[in-house]
Design a protein around this ligand. Sequence first.
Ligand SMILES: Cc1ncc(COP(=O)(O)O)c(C=O)c1O
Length: 388
Amino acid sequence: MREIPLSVPNLNIEIADHLRQCVETGWVSTGGGFIAAFEEKTAAYVGVPEAVACQSGTAGLHAALRILGVGPGDAVIVPTLTFIAAVNPVRYLGAEPIFMDCDGGLCLDPVKLERFCRDECRVEAGRLIDNATGNAVKAVIPVHVFGNLADMAAIMDTAARYGLKVLEDATEAMGSFYASGEYAGRHAGTIGDMGVFSFNANKIITTGGGGMIVAGSGSEGRACIGRARYLTATARDDALYFRHDEVGYNYRMLNLQAALGVSQIGELENFVAIKRRNYDLYAQYLQGIRGLSLFPFGEGLRPNRWFYSLLFEEEDRRDRIMRTLIAEGIQCRPVWKLVHTQKPYCASRAYDIEKAHYWERHILNVPCSTNLTEDDVRYVCERIAACG
Ligand SMILES: Cc1ncc(COP(=O)(O)O)c(C=O)c1O
């Protein structure tokens, strides 16, 4: 059977040389030259002064939320249409999520965000208080879903008006940037107070597992990055005597992981070009198949086109085709089950969720790896057509 995976790594053999260097020198853990090199390359690529490499996107989000001041009894606004790892760090810190709907591009709905802050909250002693729970709403986490970009101009506006910190979950969006408008040239993850990337194996570039924390170039951003470096390395205040003035985390990236990263980041622009070529091929080969369309990326952006989504008119047909493709060895999946309907979060506050329910039932993600050939794309589309 011909097997086509959904999203797998595309690794250059140069990585073997890097790993060999780690083994030969013994630098396999949280110290070593590849870590600093990968941080510098990432910072330069996305256009920030500094970046901090960590164990995973989830670890980066956890540390960043804490740095932004989220703690027990606080509330954080999150999208419901996302991978659950974007939300779990809120709970790790003893805070509560408030779930928000998504916009036409699958990202956090900025209109509902504004409406929620205006109609459902009050400002008390400079803090935004959720009327229903009495919790202080401290932050918002826009997720750049599938490499599309959230409407950061509108989100930043609302955040500034209501004193919310903004943590960008750019885990899926390394390589996406605004091509026009207020943030033209600015990369995903570099607009809010802090941003986090993931290098999990299914992402556009990978370190096997890993993440990167970034922040703005102002003095506040630099302070956040300093805190990130400190907290992710067990908050060591005196390296010789092992003095720790705070409870930190063992979240530093390994040199072994960074050895992959320095090679992968050199391929990133090439991968974005391949993603675009394969996206266009899908558009071409899907033409004429009834009742479905290729989900578009937003205008005025240079998206990385990490994940391709098909939008089906009929939910039943989506499920039928999905099951047939899986049985034939073509890996595909629906968009995530909405987080506010998951067991750990079904009692949490959710505000006017509507569009996300539609996307949940009508979207199918299809193979999108950067080593996908034109023949693979044609084959997937032919099998979809054959399902009727
Ligand atoms: C939206 C989103 N947030 C967070 C994460 C967590 O990243 P990681 O797997 O590196 O912990 C991922 C991906 O895995 C993700 O897709």
